[in-house]
Design a protein around this ligand. Structure first.
Ligand code: CMC
Length: 431
């Protein structure tokens, strides 16, 4: 826990209460209200947790006003350009960049855990072919606790480590299998001679009838998408993982809970929703109509891929993602594809519109990731599973950090109750 820096004074009905304050390494100071109810008999009210720190953490820092995202202190732009996904995984999990030997050992460990229990193939086959791959992933990852029972004891440090590696290693296999199943193609086993991103591309696009040649530029773009999604502080799905874990639930159940939360269109589901929106708009001349709808208070429509709870300047991930999109589209020779034309024009129009400027709504990471994934050949239904596989390391790192925290308590928010006051039961004949 951080050092107490100063004290905040809260006065209620003339009675004063001293509340300790803590200074973080970066970001706003924090007022400790843990004893407030015991001392003053009041709760605080913060739906959506816009002003509440739910934990202390040393993993990721975001400055939404400045557009900064740091993992263990390193800026995301540097990591996306100069590092690669498995090195970032190591950094998130263990706190420091690895030496060459540590990285090699880690990569070997992850590579050796990419296969899944053969019996799980039957489990996949129980799903309908038209199931959304996220539905399949929630089920399959939750079911890992039934297949890997020897790594579900959260009090055993070794088992926690094994579960972490298994989740990071097997998630691409599971996501690729969910995809293959949905298109009626045979599952493709992982290959140990390929790097993490290339292996995933091959498991998605290879068929037994023809060998799949991994294009290094596409593999690099895939790896960058993974890196840019690796962790994002106490977002909705990470907080879900932590809340599930606070009860002592096993790691696979916790990560399945995170996947379920990520699925929503306001969170990880936005990349699918964004590309579908761009396709629905269809041609640049229809953009004004959609901009007006997004601004209309009586219309639930929102411009997908725009806005963020924390970033009120720009999303630093979006900048790198945009460069990647340009690279991939140039390589594939599809710079003039109609969806891209709509995306470019929509970005221009929205950024010039006072509504979006005043509300600080900028394109987020999902605005560009969908364009790259679409160009690579992924259907929109696979966009969120790819986000989930990339975010697994973030969830796992936060889960491990939470379990190592001596202050760990079950998460149990309070409420502002506005229902009926106590009253007596009325017999049905008298109602
Ligand atoms: N289009 C139109 N108006 C918007 C949008 C949007 N995309 N986002 C926010 N607003 C408006 C909103 O109507 C509100 O207006 P008012 O103040 O007049 O009521 C104002 O901006 C503030 O919005 P909010 O809902 O209070 O902001 P929030 O911080 O609760 O929501 C958000 C953040 C990401 C859920 C929201 O911006 C949104 O729904 N965006 C579209 C979905 C999306 O792209 N999500 C991906 C986020 S990045 C990936 C991830 O981290 O999961």
């Amino acid at each position: 826990m951080a050092e107490t820096t100063k004290t905040a004074k809260l006065t209620i009905d003339g009675e004063s209460y001293d509340l300790a304050m803590y200074a973080p390494t970066e970001g706003p100071e924090v007022i400790d209200i843990r004893k407030l109810y015991a001392q003053a008999g009041v709760f605080t009210y913060d739906p959506g947790f816009t002003s509440t720190a739910s934990c202390d953490s040393t993993i990721t820092y975001i400055d939404g006003e400045a557009g900064v995202l740091l993992h263990r202190g390193y800026p995301i732009g540097q990591l996306a350009k100069e590092s690669h996904y498995l090195e970032v995984c190591y950094l998130l999990l263990y706190g420091e960049l690895p030496s060459a030997a540590q990285l090699e050992e880690f990569e070997t460990l992850v590579t050796r855990h990419t296969m899944i229990h053969e019996q799980m193939h039957n489990f996949f086959r129980g799903f309908r072919r038209d199931a959304h791959p996220m539905a399949t992933m929630v089920g399959v990852v939750g079911a890992m606790s039934a297949f890997y029972h020897d790594s579900t004891d959260i009090n055993d440090e070794h088992q926690r480590e094994v579960a972490s590696i298994r989740l990071i290693a097997k998630m691409p296999t599971i996501a690729a299998m969910a995809y293959k199943y949905s298109i009626g193609q045979p599952f493709v086993y992982p290959r140990n001679d390929l790097d993490y991103a290339s292996n995933f591309l091959r498991m998605c696009f290879s068929v037994p009838a023809e060998e799949y040649e991994v294009n290094p530029i596409l593999a690099r773009a895939m790896d960058r998408i993974f890196t840019l999604h690796a962790d994002h502080e106490q977002n909705a799905s990470t907080s879900t993982v932590r809340l599930a874990s606070s009860s002592g639930a096993n790691p696979f159940a916790c990560i399945a809970a995170g996947i379920a939360c990520l699925w929503g269109p306001a969170h990880g589901g936005a990349n699918q929703a964004c590309l579908e929106m761009l396709r629905e708009i269809g041609t640049p001349d229809r953009i004004p109509e959609f901009i007006e709808r997004a601004k209309d208070k009586n219309d639930p429509f929102r411009l997908m891929g725009f806005g963020h709870r924390v970033y009120k300047n720009f999303d630093p991930r979006a900048k790198v993602m945009k460069e990647s999109a340009d690279e991939v589209l140039e390589l594939l020779g599809i710079e003039n594809n109609p969806t891209l034309q709509v995306a470019k024009e929509l970005e221009r129009v929205a950024l010039e519109d006072p509504y979006f400027a005043e509300k600080k709504l900028y394109p987020n990471v999902d605005f560009y990731s969908g364009i790259i994934l679409d160009a690579m050949g992924f259907p929109t239904s696979m966009f969120t599973p790819i986000f989930a596989l990339a975010r697994t390391v973030g969830w796992v790192s936060q889960w491990k950090e939470q379990l190592a925290d001596p202050q760990l308590k079950i998460g149990r928010p309070r409420q502002l109750y506005l229902g009926a006051a106590q009253r007596d039961y009325v017999d049905i004949e008298q109602r």
